[in-house]
Write a protein that binds this ligand. Structure first.
Ligand code: GLU
Length: 400
């Protein structure tokens, strides 16, 4: 018998500290089951079920026909940069120069660039719980230390007071995500401003992940940190994405808006890692921002309909407690009422949903909130209803 090969791939210390993405993990499970022909209800992925709008797809085809298939500038084409600048001007009254914007391969790369360019080993990076799975891992990759802000006692609402209490002389960044993935919480604009005031006062660099910018349900208001006064934006990087807003997840296209010095450093990193984002996707993204935004309003309307149904349905599941999310497209129920000797954690509960009922959800522990589940409603109402019927069966069995 041959001896098992020794693992010669000793990862670097930075990589050894990283955990795999729980959201991508849930997505892989769903894909694997679907490939086997299993009737899966996939409430795991944070991925719009809508097609990319027709006019956006057409813009990509036209770009290909024009031969826009070559390298572009590292930070994206002038046309895309212009679209982003004009959009923020129109929507939020913000003034950005071309040197203050860059295109990236998805919002994730914008956050990655923003953090790795400034953070040093020993720096602290503030992340409010529950957090998007990737935030702490980017901090670790940068050699910095993620420092968590607890918000559960306040219904997962991050406040300026929480931030003030968490800042130390070692704090380099805070990563803010409103609307939040996974909680759907939205920081009210006045509170957001106060958080930015604390950060400006203490010299903290803010990364505002605005991937779910447009997905706020009435009476909430769409708010971008771009609309704040310039003195509050001196240390601000906005990380944006086309993935959710225009149902363009697979195109991998996002952007960063930040002061020129920060963007210059981010271009250095991007120039030696991925270079420019996909040229055809850039043309599609520019078209998405320049055209009518009716498609976004339509998607929001559909999410609102699903949300209303889902929150009512979750309230009726024994052992579940769920607040109404103000934004994004996730419900984040507390399922501790279903846990007991046999099913001790939300991870076991999520696993049971998968094995017994073929329902994929994402365990809250990956987001720093053990005892919760993230349920994505970026899926049709019909599938959502089927999923909830199955989840209810498992919850009832646990309650017995
Ligand atoms: N952002 C989405 C989610 O949270 C996509 C997966 C990922 O990139 O994490 O499900």
């Amino acid at each position: 018998m041959t001896k098992p090969a020794q693992n010669i791939f000793q990862t670097s210390e930075r990589v050894a500290r990283m955990r795999a993405s729980a959201t991508l993990g849930a997505m892989q499970k769903a894909l694997a089951l679907k490939a086997e022909g299993v009737d899966v209800v996939d409430l795991g992925a944070g991925e719009p079920d809508f097609d990319t709008p027709a006019h956006v797809r057409l813009a990509a085809q036209e770009a290909m026909s024009r031969g826009e298939t070559k390298y572009t500038a590292t930070g994206g084409t002038r046309a895309l940069q212009r679209s982003i600048i004009d959009y923020y001007g129109r929507e939020f009254g913000a003034h950005y120069e071309p040197a203050e914007v860059m295109a990236t391969a998805g919002g994730k790369q914008a956050i990655f660039n923003a953090v790795v360019t400034l953070a040093n080993p020993g720096d602290e990076i503030l992340v409010a719980k529950p957090y998007w799975v990737t935030f702490p891992e980017i901090a670790k990759f940068a050699g910095a230390t993620p420092v968590y802000i607890e918000t559960e006692r306040n219904g997962f609402q991050l406040t300026a007071e929480d931030v003030r209490a968490a800042v130390t002389p070692r704090t380099k960044h805070i990563i803010i995500n409103s609307p939040s993935n996974p909680s759907g919480r939205v920081i009210p604009p006045a509170e957001f401003r106060k958080i930015m005031e604390v950060c400006a006062e203490r010299g903290v660099y803010v990364v505002s992940d605005e991937c779910y910018l447009r997905f706020v349900y009435p009476p909430g208001e769409v708010f971008s940190a771009a609309s704040l006064a310039p003195e509050l934006r001196a240390r601000l990087c906005i990380a944006g994405s086309f993935s959710k807003t225009y149902a363009m997840t697979g195109w991998r296209i996002g952007y960063a808006l930040a002061p020129a010095g920060w963007i210059k450093a981010m271009l250095l990193v991007q120039g030696h890692s991925t270079s420019n984002p996909n040229s055809v996707a850039q043309a599609a993204a520019a078209a998405a921002m320049n055209a009518s935004q009716d498609c976004v309003r339509e998607m929001l309307g559909e999410y609102a309909r699903r949300r209303a149904w889902l929150i009512g349905a979750l309230a009726e599941i024994p052992g579940f407690k769920c607040f109404a999310p103000e934004g994004a497209f996730y419900a984040f129920p507390d399922v501790r009422g279903c846990l007991s000797g046999r099913v001790k954690t939300s991870a076991v509960f999520a696993e049971k949903l998968l094995t017994d009922e073929h329902v994929v959800v994402t365990d809250g522990a990956g987001f720093g909130a053990d005892g919760y589940l993230r349920i994505s409603y970026a899926t049709s109402l019909e599938r959502l209803k089927e999923g909830i019927t199955r989840i209810r069966r498992v919850a009832e069995a646990c309650a017995r």
